[in-house]
Design a protein around this ligand. Structure first.
Ligand code: SAM
Length: 244
């Protein structure tokens, strides 16, 4: 999958997205991530990318022209217009479900705002979707863009060593993941649940599913509404005491 990130800080994005799992997927050619400097598309000598807001008020607003030309350059390179997402605290909050849908696309373009944001007209002209990573405000769209790229990328076949890695994880099926343990079997007097050492795959699977249900009910009961539980699981969960 190809990602084009339009930003004032391409080096920061590139550096973070060159590490670990995403970095290796880029090296293998599974991910093609290109970070574009919006400033390169300015038409003024000072390479200024922002200006005062019409109507007065605090801060600066990013000009439409360099963003539009940067996006047009990406369109020209691709030979068509990619889906363009503007990272914004005003957008719809990112969910695993939306990330799954976006992972089906062949490419995605992400626009990172800065300062007080972006001239509304460029959003009207080009942006297909606005995505927020939560109900709080950051200084720029770079971290949100990296969150989106990371979240989508790990669902692209070949990025993780085994696709089961993400299908069993929290949020994939509207449930939180079961607890995980690794060696040693006893750490500072705390033991790994016996069933995990038993080698009995069916029992381990049942225990994990039950833990997943209990955790979701405890930490995110709202998620249970969308989770698919069998009637037997619903009865079992209703019989379990609520722990504080
Ligand atoms: N003035 C804008 C507002 O009140 O909606 C906020 C601008 S914010 C300081 C600067 C940039 O950071 C935004 O243009 C956006 O790209 C990014 N940003 C900030 N918070 C974000 C969030 N929660 N999710 C996604 N992007 C965010």
């Amino acid at each position: 999958m190809r990602f084009d990130i339009l930003t004032l800080f391409p080096d920061s994005c590139n550096a973070v997205l060159s590490e670990s799992i995403i970095g290796r997927a880029r090296q293998k050619g599974i991910l093609d991530i290109r970070c574009h400097q919006i400033r390169d598309y300015t038409e003024n000598k000072q390479k200024q990318v922002d200006d005062y807001p019409y109507g007065g008020g605090m801060g600066m607003v990013m000009n439409a022209q360099p963003i539009a030309d940067c996006f047009r350059a990406v369109c020209d390179e691709l030979g068509h217009r990619p889906h363009l997402i503007y990272l914004s605290p005003q957008g719809k909050t990112l969910t695993q479900q939306r990330a799954r849908e976006l992972a089906e696309l062949p490419e995605l373009c992400l626009l990172c705002g800065h300062y007080e944001g972006v001239d509304e007209r460029v959003l009207e002209a080009f942006v297909d979707e606005q995505i927020s990573i939560g109900d709080y405000v950051l200084t720029g769209g770079e971290l949100p863009a990296m969150v989106v790229v990371d979240c989508i990328s790990r669902m692209i076949p070949g990025v993780l060593s085994d696709d089961v890695c993400f299908t069993e994880e929290s949020h994939f099926s509207s449930l939180l993941e079961y607890p995980q343990y690794t060696r040693p079997a006893v750490w500072e007097g705390r033991e790994v649940p016996e069933v995990l050492l038993s080698g009995h795959h069916k029992n381990i699977e049942t225990w994990r599913r039950e833990q997943s249900l209990l955790r979701t009910r405890k930490h995110r009961p709202d998620m249970l509404e969308n989770a698919e539980l069998t009637p037997k699981e619903q009865r079992w969960l209703a019989e379990q005491p609520l722990d504080e």
